[in-house]
Ligand binder design. Structure first.
Ligand code: FES
Length: 175
């Protein structure tokens, strides 16, 4: 997000609603800009696109791709579709929950100090190399519990040092 980004719902909607642009395209554009779709945009969006709030809300919640709150610093997406399931995804999912203290698809408020979120997805295009997952958008194939532990440790460490850097930057005295 750059310095000029405004999270004000009306501004966000004004920036992204263009004639001929579909609701889904506008939601994508908003999520690309701020990382999620704030629920407060539903009303201005419905006004701008001449739809009911229920219609906008329905589309927003129908597509798993859209999130309505910021992503966790470490977001794990595990493929739970057929090919991966046949290669032991569900046992891996249980391991992930036990390791992180999080439940799948519950957001990141609970468990692992709010750092990690576990999300189910259905096919990452790696069926021949299952089980597959992404961590913060990076794709991993043939994931084992041990491989997951190593990747999680590295991602958590990176997220924590990034958070520390941000705190230092924000608390630094002006020169
Ligand atoms: S089924 Fe898991 S990547 Fe396709």
């Amino acid at each position: 997000m750059d310095e000029t980004t405004s999270l004000a719902p009306d501004d966000l909607v004004r920036r992204h609603v263009q004639s001929g642009r579909s609701l889904v395209a506008v939601l994508h554009a908003i999520q690309d800009e701020v990382g999620f779709v704030p629920p407060a945009v539903v009303t201005p969006l419905s006004r701008a696109l001449n739809l009911s709030r229920a219609e906008v809300h329905g589309v927003l919640t129908y597509y798993h791709h859209f999130r309505t709150s910021p992503a966790a610093p470490v977001t794990v997406q595990l493929c739970r579709a057929e090919a991966c399931r046949s290669m032991g995804t569900e046992a891996l999912a249980q391991h992930m929950e036990a390791r992180t203290g999080c439940r799948f698809d519950q957001g990141h408020d609970a468990g692992h100090h709010g750092t990690v979120a576990l999300e189910s997805v259905y096919c990452l295009g790696q069926c021949a190399l299952s089980p597959a997952m992404t961590v913060n958008g990076t794709l991993y194939a043939k994931v084992t519990p041990q491989k997951f532990d190593t990747i999680l440790a590295a991602a958590t460490e990176a997220a924590e040092s990034e958070a520390k850097d941000e705190t230092t930057t924000h608390t630094k005295e002006p020169a």
